[in-house]
Write a protein that binds this ligand. Structure first.
Ligand SMILES: Cc1cc2nc3c(=O)[nH]c(=O)nc-3n(C[C@H](O)[C@H](O)[C@H](O)COP(=O)(O)OP(=O)(O)OC[C@H]3O[C@@H](n4cnc5c(N)ncnc54)[C@H](O)[C@@H]3O)c2cc1C
Length: 320
C-alpha cells in the first residue's frame, strides 16, 4: 500500500501552493485534479483581466513576470502550469475525487483508483457549480451560466443578470461586438467591487443608454424568444431576447464537503475550520483556498488564501 503524508484535492493555484510547500518540506504528497491544471482559470472568460497585480498571485515566491501589471487568463495559465512542469509537481489530472473515508488512514476514492493518505487538503475552489436562479426556463439552451467570449452574441438581444465583475465584463464586451445588451440587476447600483478602471465605463454606457439596465429588478421567467422580469415598481415586463447570461455566481460543492464529514454552518454554509491551522472538524482534513468561504465567495481569493499552504504544512509537520 502506497501511503502519502498528504493528498491534495484540487490542482488550482492554492492546491499547487500546498504541493510546493509539501515538497519543500520533504513530505510525500500527491495532487488529484478532475480537469487540467488550474482548471477554473482555464474556464474563465478568454479575455478577462485579473483585478490583482501579478505579484499578488505568485505562489512560493516564484516571480510571475508579465508585460502588463495585471495579468490575463492566458498569463495565469502559463504561470501556474509552468510551475507544475518546472517544479515537477506530482499531480494527476482528469481524476476526480469521489469520496474520502477515514479508518487508520484516509482512503480516497477517485474516478480511477483508491489512494491512502495520512492527511487531506481540500482545495476544490467554487467555480464548478453555478448559483442557479431556480426560475422557469433556466434549463433552455439559450441560458448560459458561463461566459467565454463576445463573438457568439453579435447582433443578438442579450440579457445579462447581475452587476458583479463577470456580469459587467460580459455586458461591455458584448455591447462592443454589436450585441443589444440589457442588464437585470437586483441591487440599486453596479456592484462596488467592480474593477475600478471598468466601473466608470459601464456606468457611462448605462447613463447614455447604449447598455440598458433595470435596477432593483428580478428575472422571473425565460421563454424561447423573450424574458419576463419584475421591475423596480413591482410590475412584470416582457422583452424580446435571444440569450440570457446568468452571471449569478458559483458555489463550492457542499455535498462533497458534507459527505467527507465537514460541518457546514449558517446561511452561508461556511465550512468549519480552525483559522490558525485550517484544519476542519475532521482531524487530518484541511481546507485551503477559496472553498473556505462557503456561499460567501467574495471572502477569499488567491491573494489572501495562498498563505493557507504554509499554515497547513506547518501544522502537518508539527504533528508528525
Ligand atoms: C473571473 C474571476 C476573476 C478572478 N480574479 C481574481 C484576482 O484578480 N485575484 C485573486 O486573488 N483572485 C481572483 N479570483 C478568485 C480566484 O482566482 C479563484 O477563485 C482561484 O481560482 C482560487 O484558487 P483555488 O485554488 O482556491 O480554487 P480553484 O482555482 O477553483 O481550484 C480548484 C480546483 O479543484 C478542482 N476540483 C474540484 N473538485 C474536485 C474533485 N472532487 N476532485 C478533483 N479535483 C477537483 C477543480 O477542477 C479546480 O481546478 C477570480 C475569480 C474569478 C471567477
Amino acid at each position: 500500500m502506497e501511503l502519502y503524508d498528504v493528498l491534495i484535492i484540487g490542482g488550482g493555484p492554492i492546491g499547487l501552493a500546498c504541493a510546493l510547500e509539501a515538497k519543500k518540506n520533504n513530505l510525500k504528497y500527491i495532487v488529484l485534479e478532475k480537469g487540467t491544471i488550474a482548471n477554473s482559470l482555464y474556464n474563465y472568460p478568454l479575455y478577462m483581466t485579473f483585478f490583482s497585480t501579478a505579484d499578488r498571485l505568485e505562489i512560493d515566491d516564484i516571480p510571475f513576470i508579465t508585460t502588463k501589471p495585471k495579468p490575463g487568463r492566458q498569463d495565469a495559465l502559463e504561470y501556474y502550469q509552468g510551475i507544475a512542469r518546472a517544479r515537477d509537481i506530482n499531480i494527476k489530472t482528469y481524476e476526480r475525487v469521489i469520496n474520502v473515508q477515514k479508518s487508520t488512514f484516509f482512503q480516497v476514492e477517485t474516478s480511477k483508483q483508491i489512494y491512502f493518505a495520512k492527511n487531506i487538503i481540500v482545495a476544490t475552489g467554487f467555480y464548478d457549480l453555478p448559483n442557479m436562479m431556480d426560475i422557469p426556463g433556466e434549463d433552455l439552451p439559450k441560458v448560459k451560466h458561463y461566459y467565454t467570449e463576445p463573438y457568439p452574441y453579435a447582433f443578438q438581444d442579450v440579457v445579462v443578470i447581475g452587476s458583479s465583475n463577470s456580469a459587467v465584463d460580459a455586458a461591455l464586451e458584448i455591447y462592443r461586438k454589436g450585441g443589444n445588451v440589457t442588464m437585470i440587476i437586483r441591487h440599486t447600483e453596479i456592484s462596488k467591487s467592480v474593477k475600478y478602471w471598468v466601473k466608470p465605463d459601464i456606468e457611462n454606457r448605462i447613463k447614455e443608454g447604449t447598455i440598458k439596465a433595470f435596477f432593483e429588478a428580478e428575472l422571473l421567467e425565460v421563454k424561447p424568444h423573450s424574458v419576463i422580469f419584475k421591475n423596480n415598481k413591482g410590475k412584470t415586463q416582457e422583452i424580446e431576447n435571444d440569450f440570457v447570461l446568468a452571471m449569478t455566481g458559483y458555489l463550492p460543492d457542499f455535498e462533497f464537503l458534507k459527505n467527507i464529514g465537514i460541518n457546514l454552518q449558517g446561511d452561508c454554509q461556511n465550512p468549519h475550520y480552525n483559522p490558525e491551522n485550517m484544519e476542519t472538524n475532521v482531524d487530518g482534513i484541511y481546507l485551503a483556498g477559496v472553498v473556505c468561504g462557503g456561499r460567501d465567495t467574495h471572502l477569499w481569493f488567491i491573494e489572501n488564501s495562498r498563505i493557507h499552504a504554509k499554515q497547513i504544512i506547518k501544522d502537518i509537520i508539527s504533528k508528525n
